[in-house]
Design a protein around this ligand. Sequence first.
Ligand SMILES: [Zn+2]
Length: 213
Amino acid sequence: MCKRKTSNVTQEKKCWLGNIKQILTESLGLPEIWNNLGTRLTGKHLGIINTTLKSVYKFQWEKYINRTDNGPMGGNKLRTYRKFKNVFMTENYLSYMTNNTARKYFARLRTSAHSLRIETGRHTVPKTPVDARLCRHCNKIDDEFHFLLECSKSPDSVTARRTFLNQMTTLYPDFTNMTKSDQFIFIMAADNEDKCMLLQSFIMSLVRNRGSL
Ligand SMILES: [Zn+2]
């Protein structure tokens, strides 16, 4: 890093280099690194930087994902995601789902990057209020829960859902005693191989009958 440039950086100056200075001197408590730029970092320093940056990022991630403020139209894109995503880690479904297309659709469902009306309603002009983003067939909010567990638009989807729920009950006898909301969270967590194998077939049936996601 050019010493001539770093000498011009002040705490007040908001730029890339200013942010680096702030992270090193304030967030990490390592002003000696900033003051001795150009010298090789020790393993100890690298270890502190690595651990602290991960810790700070995890804290900010948890704070962001759990924020409950809604937009002016009552929306919050994370409202569904945080129900089943509460630990910062690589998700098991990414390795357990062997069908690449099903994995892609499932990732879209988890992250609300799909074409259900709960999402497309955010992009209309003017923006559609959340409670008006309805499935045209069922007149219920067209969100991930509705898509997975409720929508009766396609008879084939209803049959596929019945089969999937029966398979889940065979695999997890307590599944049938859960509330619908808990079943949804249990499904979306997709944390083991057996569940992922059932889920990927079910997702493909739903998308096939819907036409797209
Ligand atoms: Zn529907």
